[in-house]
Structure formats: structure tokens, C-alpha cells
Write a protein that binds this ligand. Sequence first.
Ligand code: ITT
Length: 202
Amino acid sequence: MKIVLATSNPHKVKEINEITTQFCVDNNINLTESINFILPPTDFNPDETGETFAENSYIKAKEGWNLSRNWCLADDSGLCIEALNGKPGIYSARYAETPQKRIERVLKELKGIENRKAHFVCHMTLINPDGEIAFSYEGICKGSIINEPKGVNGFGYDPIFLPEGYSKTIAELSEDEKNQISHRSIALREVIKYLTSFNRQV
Ligand code: ITT
């Protein structure tokens, strides 16, 4: 089953492939027979005009479908900080020009604020070859924001995010460790469960 990954973010592509491979190994599923992610046929950059992760995820999945008429999976994700009323939220990728400047902006806005609670959200939408939503799921990873970046792994806001129950940032965890707890893996595992049960019926 070929599925277009409706994203232009190479970090997401890498994580989605790794999480899928691990899920299939753990569950004795033949990966190549069940799921084969491919990239959109042309440059992919739809306008994210939605007001929620769910809306933007749908916009991206639908654009991927428009370009391919194939199964399409989109991920809209971001960091929501309680003391900033949920910001950067759906604007996470657009909060400043570069990943480093985005982190600097968040840390500046949180300066002197005691409440550091935050969570990552990943909303995934899967569209079938008829252009209809087949499945969608929102994964959440709870944690807090530390005072200065630590670690070099992962991407985006990983260096300032301490997952609940951990004393390391996500950027200090290995890829495998991140993939066990991340918002993306929580959502993607549900998508794969849907796809593999669906695949068995056809
Ligand atoms: P596509 O829309 O092409 O998929 P994008 O990077 O623009 O790529 P989003 O609009 O979903 O994707 O924005 C996601 C942003 O949220 C991302 O650029 C990071 O800044 C942040 N983010 C999402 N998941 C993250 C993760 O696992 N670790 C760190 N930051 C993350």
C-alpha cells in the first residue's frame, strides 16, 4: 500500500519512517507488504490557513491527495505553552525565521515566569484515494520548558522540552527514546493500527 506523506519537513519523514519500521518489527508485520511511504510528486507547500492542528492537517492531506489521488497522510504539529496561552501552537513553524530564533523567542517570552508547563501536539489525517478522511488522531506529549537549550538530537523545540518524568530534553534522548514517547509516535501508531487492520480486510 503506497501512502503519500504530505509534508516538506525531512525530520518528520525520518521519524515517521523509523516509527513505522519499529512498529512493524514489534508486531510481526511485513512492512514492505503493508506500508510504503512516498513523497508528494511536486514541491509541497499548501497555505496553512486553518485555526487548529486538525484543520491544518486536513488542508495538507487534501493537498497531497490533489497532487496524487493516492492515500495521503499529513502531520500538523507544534508546541503549546500554558503560560503563553497555548502559543506558539499552530504557529510553531512560523514563530521566528530560524529554529534557533524560535527557541530564543520562546525563552524570552517565558523569562521570569514560573509556570513552565507545555505539551507537543501532533494531529495526523489520513485521506483515502476517494479524497475522504479515512482516519485521524491527535497525539500529545506532556512536559515542561527549561531555561536554556540542551542537546543536539531531534529538531525544532526539542532542545528546550523536558518530557514528563524525564531529566533530559528530547534533544538529549536517542532517536529510539524520542520515538517511544513523542506526540508523533502516539498519533502514528494509531494510524498504522488502522492501516494494517484495513489492509487485512482487502
Ligand atoms: P509540513 O507543514 O510541511 O509538514 P512544517 O515543519 O511546516 O512541515 P508544521 O506546520 O506541522 O510542519 O509545524 C511543525 C513545527 O512544530 C516544527 O517546524 C517545529 O518547530 C515544531 N515541532 C513539531 N514537532 C516537533 C518535534 O517532534 N520536536 C520539536 N519541534 C517540533
